[in-house]
Design a protein around this ligand. Structure first.
Ligand code: AMP
Length: 396
């Protein structure tokens, strides 16, 4: 009987899954897919390890599918194909671990209660991340479920890097820079020694450029600073998030534009970034394909903001040995990589244009003072690894 670990990444309107076979300590992706559009037009799709579609289902337009029903659909689908397999544990992506959870943890009622108290720190993600754990625990209380946090990798940052210059009455409530995308950075840190040993040992900035985007300054594989702070809206310009803005703009929106907190949240998280600036799309592919001047300006600003924040990360590291691109835009857009590298030429990055066009792992020339790399991230595998380690630890 082969053991299987199921990884869930649940958001407000979608649940992504990956199933890994545990083969003698190794983890092999067996299936992946998602239920998306939970509250508009729900759709389920599943693929095998080769990327071939193995399952599909669409609910009627306008159906509102609760998370519990989506999970039941998912589990029923996997059960139907699970002959000879046994589910030994589930791993979940949870955005916030707060100050206490700086490592993945086996969940129980007490842990879940505490994680729920962190909802005000990540209201758009935390409740959705936790919901599936409760749903599955009710139906299958004996199944080990592990929560893996996007904040945990940044726990190595010095207090100085995490502090805001605010009064203690506020900072002691947990208001500090946590940093996010930690599972992605942890995966990259784990892959670096095999791909770029000098970058693994040195001062490296990893650019996670997806719908959400951030930079992480790593020294010898440990997080030293990151562009995301108290929430995942800080730092770089993103698909629909603003990235950092003068806090005075928020006061202006409140006092002068008659907006309330929810209106401002909507602007900062869903109507800004590439979408807000271009007025066209938050999707980088769409903007790169557009000849509209506003699309050009949005991309220019996107690249400029990366350059500015790269300077900040380099200062935190006291220099730069390597830069790594990852996530949707970082892995797939040679144009954005080229523009970021050209803008950062003053750091000593010399792009190898042909290697960049091919998407080689190394995209800088052999003589480049700062090396540049493309490494596909794998947050799901990172979660599966943690889940396996905790299950094995618990049964040892
Ligand atoms: P992620 O959140 O990691 O899935 O990344 C999503 C972002 O990657 C979106 O802005 C996509 O437009 C972008 N993306 C994916 N493929 C490409 C591509 N070939 N060229 C440019 N952007 C891409």
């Amino acid at each position: 009987m082969a053991d299987v670990i199921l990884v869930l990444n649940a958001g407000s309107s979608s649940i992504k899954f990956s199933a890994f076979d545990v083969a003698g300590g190794a983890l092999d992706l067996a299936a992946h897919g998602q239920v998306e559009g939970l509250f508009s037009s729900p759709r389920f799709v599943a693929f095998n390890a080769k990327g071939e579609k193995t399952g599909e289902h669409a609910w009627a337009e306008g159906t509102k599918l609760e998370h519990a029903d989506a999970i039941l659909h998912l589990v029923a689908f996997l059960r139907g194909r699970a002959a000879g397999h046994s589910l030994v544990g589930m791993g979940h992506r949870v955005v916030h671990g707060g100050a206490r959870f700086t490592k993945p943890v086996l969940t129980n009622d007490e842990v879940l209660d505490e994680l729920e108290t962190l909802t005000p720190l990540a209201p758009l993600h935390q409740p959705h991340n936790l919901k599936p754990i409760r749903i599955i625990a009710e139906r299958n209380p004996g199944l080990p479920q592990v929560a893996c946090f996007d904040t945990a990798f940044h726990a190595t940052q010095a207090p100085l890097a995490q502090a805001f210059a605010l009064p203690e009455s506020i900072t002691k409530q947990g208001v500090k820079r946590y940093g996010f995308h930690g599972l992605s950075y942890e995966y990259i840190a784990s892959a670096l020694p095999g791909i770029a040993p000098d970058a693994a040992k040195g001062r490296t900035v990893v650019a996670h450029l997806g719908n959400g985007a951030s930079l992480c300054a790593m020294h010898a594989g440990k997080s030293v600073a990151s562009t995301m702070g108290f929430t995942a809206v800080d730092g770089l310009m993103m698909g629909t998030r603003s990235g950092n803005i003068d806090p005075g703009v928020i006061l202006y929106m409140l006092d002068e534009l008659g907006m309330n907190a929810r209106d401002i949240e909507d602007v900062l998280y869903r109507k800004s970034g590439l979408l807000g600036v271009s007025g066209i799309s938050g999707d980088m592919r769409a903007l790169l394909a557009s000849s509209d001047e506003r699309a050009r300006f949005a991309i220019d600003l996107y690249v400029y903001r990366i350059g500015r924040e790269l300077g900040s990360m380099g200062a935190a590291l006291q220099g730069l040995d390597a830069i790594v691109f990852t996530a949707g835009i970082g892995e797939h857009s040679k144009e954005i990589r080229q523009r970021v590298c050209e803008q950062a030429a003053w750091w000593g990055i010399e792009l190898d244009a042909q290697a960049n066009d091919r998407g080689d792992p190394r995209i800088s020339t052999a003589s480049s003072k700062v090396s540049a790399w493309v490494i596909p991230t794998n947050e799901e595998l990172m979660i599966a690894r943690h889940t396996l380690a905790l299950i094995e630890g618990a049964s040892a």
